[in-house]
Design a protein. Sequence first.
Length: 355
Amino acid sequence: MAFLDDDDEIGPDPAEPSRRYGARGERPYLARRLLAIGFFVLFAVLVVLGIRGCLDARKERGFENYVRDLAAITAESQQLSNEFFGRLLDPGDLTELTLEAEIAADRGTAENLLGRVRGLDAPGELVEAQGELDKAFELRSDGIAGIADQIDTALARRGARDAIDQIATYMRYFVASDVLYGRARGMINSELDEQSIVPDDTLKRGTFLPEPSADVDWLDPVDLASAFAGVTGTAGGAQCEGVCGVALVDGGVLIGGTALTPGGLANVSGTELEVQVQNQGESEVTDVEVTFSLGGEDGSGTIPRIAVGETESATLNIQPAPASGEELTLDVSVLPVPGEEIEDNNNATFTVVFE
């Protein structure tokens, strides 16, 4: 029995080899598991980088498409400006009806451009700039629409002065639109720089109203009247060759025989307005138009002929008769003749009280 007990103590532990074998078997399993995790992490990183790259490329294309579409609209807006102001500055053989038709077509073009601007797909970073563009092109559309509505009266004999004043007001819409466009362009270029995208040079040519020149200041009603006078059959149809110019005579505006002083107050009676005009040019002028505005009522008349250096009068009837005892503002103008360069003496304003 003792011998059997000794053999049991000396023999190896049958569980020990089994434990060592199990530890060695776990190592390949862990290695394979870690390798799989590594591949999964690498795959996930590549997927994220790929998605980010696609999003970045898509974002860049969004900016480029937006700028390309805006550049095309800007180029067409510049062309509209050149044609619109070009025909006003030099109408050539345009008649009154032709000019009205051309401006009506410009109105449609401006409305179309506004619709295209509103349809631009602006990236999120350019939403504020897009809002400025919407306002800018809306002002351009409204300005041309307002001028189109007034042009018929501006070219007529009655009510021309007030209509031309309205057109000068609409010209200021273009000033505001250019300011808004400039702000939008600055925002867009700044964001393009952030995105490392080269801006389109076309955007630089986005102003609509031409700069004042020696020929015309588009915000000045007198200059506008002179521009309209160049249209065949408009602005009184005044004719002149060579160096031409007409002017109101100092003290030559009378109501009921009472001479009026510019800026002064005069008590008057009667409804007959006399306007004296002098030919200060070097050529005879014909069909010279004189207009007036009094208390919201307009009138006009024509002087058939004024020889060089001579003075002629137009007699206009004030109808309906003004109310008595009320201070009224009287504006009197002689419309510029073709080629007239000095127009400061073509207009005068008076304050009158009818007895």
